[in-house]
Design a protein around this ligand. Structure first.
Ligand code: ATP
Length: 359
């Protein structure tokens, strides 16, 4: 749905990227100054790179080799920035109707009500932007973008200016958009939690280059990238579905690795979830552990062992059809005689399973 090629030399930095994705939600992830915003600006038309071939949802928006340059106002991209940028003198209703009216000549019957409902905006329709919380303002900005009937949504750090509690409030709405609208989206973020919850594909960008791109689970399970993610963020994502909420406050999730138990979540029984298993939270045992308080004990075999810094390695384990990464010190590597092909038991404390969300 996106094919984005950009080359540009700034004074002190250069950008040379080719990002491709057919997924519903593509995340651009990387540190500050990596080049993510420049890519979004090139797409929306506010930055003209020296070389670019930009395609979104089947339409070529810019091709410097063929002098194709769709004017900004005809690119039909809904862009959502860190700040909501609403018209301050209009109510929420006015902001949304403006987008509906000027977005495209053809008004879609029922679309307004549907978007208001989708984003939970009924209660604030008659308020002015100054009286909205950051989360509400962002939801209005998203609604406004959708009502202009874009070919794609570009979300440039939409949650960056919002405190954690409000972020938790917005993410379910973004997941709803993803589920209910057939609109390709690009999410720019430097927060891996947001990427894990929303994206299907991810492109890792650093210093103006693509470090890696592909399906989210594949990229996050790549042990070579532990240097990029760092010791606290390295970890695989596995998919599962909720099997039961037990009376003792534990939710049980079925995964290909086995049952995963975690502190109760609100997601309905049967719903799909994603679970992030951080490499620092996984212990390895050669024997089946007994008498441990940890609730998640899975069996797997070692696929690779990759050096990660001076003190340890990242062990890639295949459990069922999933890959799980574990940080292991060099001392434990020796003591357990870990090697490729060895069968192991993995121990993950229930509370270490993080960020389950509807996928
Ligand atoms: N107009 C410009 N003139 C000079 N350098 C620029 C310009 N725009 C971007 N850059 C440089 O290009 C690099 C990429 O910037 P960009 O804003 O795209 O990064 P980013 O990944 O979006 O970072 P952030 O998350 O901080 O917004 C940076 O080194 C930045 O200083």
């Amino acid at each position: 749905m996106f094919d984005l090629r950009v080359r540009h030399q700034f004074n002190a930095a250069s950008l040379d990227v080719h990002v491709r994705s057919d997924a519903r939600v593509l995340a651009l992830f990387g540190p500050s100054g990596a080049g993510k915003t420049s890519l979004i600006k090139a797409l929306e038309g506010s930055f003209a790179p020296e070389f670019a071939v930009l395609k979104a949802a089947g339409k070529t928006l810019l091709d410097t080799t063929q002098s194709i340059r769709v004017p900004t106002h005809r690119r039909r991209l809904g862009v959502i920035y860190q700040d909501a940028r609403l018209f301050p003198h209009m109510t929420v209703d006015g902001n949304l109707r403006y987008a509906e009216q000027f977005g495209r000549a053809k008004k879609l019957n029922g679309a307004f009500e549907e978007v208001v409902d989708l984003l939970g905006l009924e209660r604030v329709l008659h308020q002015r932007p100054a009286t909205l919380s950051g989360g509400e303002a962002q939801r209005v900005a998203i609604g406004r973008a959708i009502l202009s009937q874009p070919r794609a949504l570009l979300l440039d750090e939409p949650l960056a200016g919002i405190d954690q509690a409000r972020r938790e409030e917005i993410i379910p709405y973004l997941l709803r958009l993803k589920r209910e609208l057939s609109l390709p989206m690009i999410l720019v973020s430097h927060d891996l939690n947001d990427v894990v919850r929303l994206a299907d594909d991810v492109a890792l960008i650093d210093e103006g280059r693509v470090v890696k791109q592909g399906a989210l689970a594949d990229v996050l399970a790549n042990p070579e990238l532990s240097q990029f993610f760092g010791p606290s963020q390295t970890g695989a994502v596995i998919n599962g579905h909720v099997v039961a909420h037990h009376p003792d406050g534990i939710t049980e999730i079925a995964t290909s690795a086995g049952s995963a138990m975690l502190a109760q979540i609100e997601t309905k029984v049967g719903a799909d979830v994603r679970i992030r298993v951080l490499a620092k939270d996984v212990m390895i045992s050669r024997e089946k552990p007994i008498g441990l308080s940890a609730l998640n004990i899975w069996h797997g075999s070692i696929v690779s062992i990759t050096p990660a810094g001076a003190r340890g390695v990242v062990v890639d384990l295949k459990c069922g059809s999933d890959h799980i990464l574990a940080f292991v010190t060099n001392r434990s590597l020796q003591a357990l005689a870990l090697e490729v092909g060895a069968a192991c038991w993995l121990v993950v404390k229930s509370l270490s399973l993080t960020d389950p969300q509807i996928s």
